[in-house]
Design a protein around this ligand. Structure first.
Ligand SMILES: Nc1ncnc2c1ncn2[C@@H]1O[C@H](COP(=O)(O)OP(=O)(O)OP(=O)(O)O)[C@@H](O)[C@H]1O
Ligand SMILES: [Mg+2]
Length: 384
């Protein structure tokens, strides 16, 4: 049993800076939870408080049902993997793996068995006899993970463990780590994992659930799909997804019976197009009698295309071309609607539909309005 429970957790640093503001979070036993958010949002602070490396200044932390606020790190049943590996340079890999266990007085035969098992799980049996300086970055990171595994912790804590690796290696280590977590769980010795990253791709691909943080406050906790499809606010909408969701201020207005939005131009510039809202979305708009209503309108790049949708569920607007980014199988097309920049993500074979690839060339953008998101203009909270 190693569920984690954070209740009204706060952190005020000795200099008076309040980094964490009343965080409530339940991480289930065996779950892989990712903390993600921009630099400085307090991911590491939270993780270090769970580990016992940083004092908790408010609230309660429970691990496996036990309140651990005042327990030293060693007694919390956790193992932590850091960004910089932190291997002992003068010890061979095998000794790096076994050192902590020996210190804790684990019987020799068991140490041997756990080291062999970790080496097998991480496919590094051939590295046991090497010194850390004889390892590649990816191999060193595997040893760091192995050192956590041999401890058989109830909770694994990872703080940006892959950020020192190049992109290709990072991608393969991502798969290796999530695989490992599932393997251990299937073998009935699963551990809860909390994984910190500022990389939303890593968060989306690894997390069973993701906790999005900003300025020491949780913005949303949910599965990757739910975060992507129903972001709780404009911050989460903009943070999750690449290229970013197109988000612009817009004024609600009707044309005939249809409620729509007009994208609001920046001062003195060309107004954006008027876009009809789907009935269900329009119905979800809060009543605001009298005053014209302003919202933030969001549409993901994959919901803007260069051809009309076969199902008729797209709305055509005039656009001008800014630039094109080739990604191989798909293309990011940067457009202007009036004066407002938007990015479309289209299959490469649609590119000829642009006609001219000249900057400023006129073209037509097809917006899938049923996929749009509306957020409150002030608070950024999701409206529909
Ligand atoms: N010892 C400290 N004293 C005062 N403020 C601190 C201390 N350590 C961190 N902070 C502040 O607390 C906030 C959260 O820092 P933290 O390191 O947890 O962020 P992070 O989300 O891990 O960022 P990064 O992605 O850059 O690692 C930051 O504003 C940071 O400046
Ligand atoms: Mg950090």
């Amino acid at each position: 049993m190693a569920a984690l429970s954070l209740r009204k957790i706060e952190k005020t640093y000795p200099n008076g800076f309040k980094a964490v503001h009343g965080v409530d979070l339940e991480v289930r036993d065996g779950e892989f939870m990712v903390f993600v958010g921009p630099s400085g949002c307090a991911k590491s602070t939270l993780l270090r408080m769970i580990a016992g490396l940083e004092r908790i200044t408010g609230g309660d932390l429970h691990i496996g049902g036990q309140r651990v606020n005042d327990l030293p790190p060693k007694q919390r049943g956790i193992a932590m993997v850091f960004q910089n590996y932190a291997l002992y340079p003068h010890m061979k890999v095998a000794e790096n793996l076994s050192f902590g266990l020996k210190l804790a007085g684990t019987p020799k035969a068991e140490v041997q068995q756990r080291v062999q098992e970790a080496a097998r799980l991480l496919e590094m049996e051939h590295l046991l006899d090497r010194y850390p300086k004889q390892l590649s970055g990816g191999q060193a990171q595997r040893v760091a993970v192995g050192r956590a595994i041999v401890k058989k912790p109830g909770v694994f804590l990872f703080d940006e463990p892959l950020s020192n690796l190049d992109a290709k290696l990072r991608a393969s280590m991502r798969v290796r780590l999530t695989d490992l977590h599932r393997t251990l769980r299937e073998q009935g010795r699963g551990a809860t994992a909390v994984y910190v990253t500022h990389d939303q791709v890593e968060a989306m691909t690894m997390g069973e659930r993701i906790c999005v943080l900003k300025d020491g406050v949780i913005q949303q906790v949910d599965t990757p799909t739910a975060l992507y499809d129903r972001p709780a606010n404009a911050f989460v909408a903009g943070f999750i997804g690449s290229p970013e969701m197109n988000i612009h201020a817009a004024d609600v207005s009707g044309q005939g019976d249809v409620i729509g939005v007009r994208l609001r131009p920046t001062d003195g510039e060309l107004p954006g197009p008027w876009l009809p809202l789907p009935d269900a979305t329009a119905a979800a708009l809060p009543e605001r009698a009298g005053a014209p209503q302003t919202v933030r309108f969001g549409l993901r790049p994959e919901h803007i295309g260069l051809r009309a949708r076969a199902d008729g569920r797209s709305f055509a607007v005039a656009a001008r071309l800014r630039s094109v980014e080739h990604m191989g199988n798909e293309v990011f097309v940067h457009l202007l609607l009036g004066s407002l920049p938007v990015t479309a993500r289209v299959p490469a074979e649609d590119l000829p539909l642009l006609g001219s690839a000249e900057r400023g060339a006129a073209c037509t953008a097809h917006l899938q309005m049923t996929a749009c998101h509306l957020f409150d203009a002030d608070s950024g909270v999701r409206l529909c």
